[in-house]
Design a protein around this ligand. Structure first.
Ligand SMILES: Cc1cc2nc3c(=O)[nH]c(=O)nc-3n(C[C@H](O)[C@H](O)[C@H](O)COP(=O)(O)OP(=O)(O)OC[C@H]3O[C@@H](n4cnc5c(N)ncnc54)[C@H](O)[C@@H]3O)c2cc1C
Length: 410
């Protein structure tokens, strides 16, 4: 079997590794000619690290990442609403990694080059179009800057891991239009800062307007604070096409957080001293009725972009890979494999998209602030522990990282 992967992000690179390991002849095509370590922090959860481990891609990531031990959620006044252990500290067989997205992508690219060989990874190749016949699919790649045609390739299956602006998705859903915006802006930044709390905690302050921070490893190996400030704005102004690398200045963020200095974290100071800030509208897309058409299917953000709550975007792309590759290996033909892949992953990821739209697991802070807008003396009187545990457990089940299930998996 011959497979084409379009897109060299987390989803595409992991799929390339998994297909190659399964003995499938695979070539990957990435639009960007010289990938650079772009983006800021991202989290990988234990369920997807189990998959990366089987592909020999986990060990190189360990020195590039911080392993958070817990997640703590606070109301706007810095009062703790919920805290839970994460990764190894929670009893998972695999850690959680907080990692610079760019370092993650560059590491996966190196692992893919080492395992597949340089000749199977084609950088600077942008998918311009494809056509299908009874014998598979033919894809055409161009230089995205000049438009010059570079090559055509035939394969039995084409896996589109080309992100939230997927050209393949647009081919099948030409009327879909831009991503769906929920009216919030997120400013993501990094700041050289003293450790927050014990230096191994992901924190979130606030329920509607929020500030999230956790440590990551910078490109020079030092530990820096990665943060994300979310604020709902006037929707009628619309938004520019989301761009992970649109820069913002601290002055754009600071006025909204001027009074957010707490006794254990000085949020205005972290924002003011940021080394870099990117602005991003909080977007996703409606779940699709179908991902696979003939020999072509969607994977990762091309299939199910979700708003960034619950630390799940990249993890879900990696989980897609595992299901897809098992199906291609075990089913008698491509059509049967894509049907199986889609029947497992489409409902699973649609449920996460929906859960994230209603606030993800972090919704507990919003509930606490609704019930006790001026703060509380005892969280138990505001939200009983059993309710908090239920919301957390429910999200883990929906997103597939329930402790018992992850540790039981082969
Ligand atoms: C630059 C960048 C920064 C990000 N930063 C964050 C972050 O800070 N936090 C976070 O939670 N998530 C971030 N994300 C999203 C996160 O990485 C994804 O949700 C997740 O990893 C899913 O990965 P994916 O491989 O499906 O898609 P993506 O990571 O978006 O990868 C898609 C890839 O396909 C390539 N591509 C697109 N069109 C074509 C084409 N026609 N032909 C060939 N190749 C094509 C793109 O260049 C890209 O490399 C970022 C994504 C990007 C692209």
């Amino acid at each position: 079997m011959k497979a084409i992967i379009v897109g060299g992000g987390v989803g595409g690179l992991t799929t390339a590794l998994a297909l190659h390991r399964a003995g499938i002849d695979v070539e990957l095509f990435e639009s960007v000619a010289e990938p650079r370590p772009l983006g800021v922090g991202i989290n990988l959860l234990p369920h997807c690290l189990r998959v990366l481990d089987t592909l020999g891609a986990l060990a190189p990531l360990i020195p590039l990442a911080v392993q958070p031990q817990r997640q703590s959620l606070f109301n706007r006044f810095g009062q703790k609403v919920w805290e839970e252990p994460r990764g190894l500290a929670a009893g998972y067989k695999f850690p959680q990694l907080s990692i610079h997205r760019g370092l993650l992508q560059m590491s996966l690219l190196e692992t893919a080059r080492a395992q597949l060989g340089e000749a199977r990874i084609h950088l600077g190749h942008h998918l311009a179009g494809f056509r299908q016949d009874g014998n598979g699919v033919v894809a055409e790649f161009v230089d995205r800057h000049s438009g010059k045609s570079l090559c055509e390739l035939r394969a039995d299956v084409l896996i589109a891991a080309d992100g939230i602006h997927s050209v393949v998705r647009r081919h099948f859903y030409p009327e879909e239009g831009p991503p769906v915006w929920n009216g919030a802006l997120i400013w993501r930044g990094t700041t050289r800062n003293a450790p927050i709390l014990d230096g191994a905690t992901q924190i979130m302050v606030g329920g509607v307007q929020t500030f999230i921070a956790y440590p990551i490893v910078a490109a020079d190996g030092s530990i820096i604070t990665n943060w994300a400030a979310r604020r709902f704005v006037d929707r009628s102004k619309g938004f520019a096409r989301e761009d992970w690398n649109r820069k913002a200045r601290p002055e754009a963020v600071l006025p909204h957080y001027a009074t957010w200095s707490l006794d254990w974290i000085d949020i205005p100071d972290i924002i003011a001293r940021a080394e870099q800030i990117f602005e991003y509208p909080m977007v996703d897309r409606d779940p699709l009725p179908r991902w696979s058409f003939g020999a072509v299917t969607l994977l990762g953000d091309a299939a199910h972009p979700m708003v960034p709550l619950g630390s799940n975007g990249a993890s879900q792309a990696i989980l897609d890979t595992q299901t897809l590759v098992s199906a291609l290996r075990e089913e008698p033909n491509v059509a049967a494999a894509l049907t199986r892949y889609e029947s497992e992953r489409r409902p699973a990821t649609a449920a996460i998209v929906a859960n994230n739209r209603s606030g993800g697991p972090e919704v507990v802070v919003r509930i606490a602030e609704d019930r006790a807008p001026h703060g509380f003396d005892d969280i138990e009187q505001v939200i009983p522990r059993s309710e908090l545990e239920q919301i957390s457990a429910r999200y883990k089940q929906v997103a597939g990282f329930d402790l018992a299930a992850v540790n039981r998996a082969p």
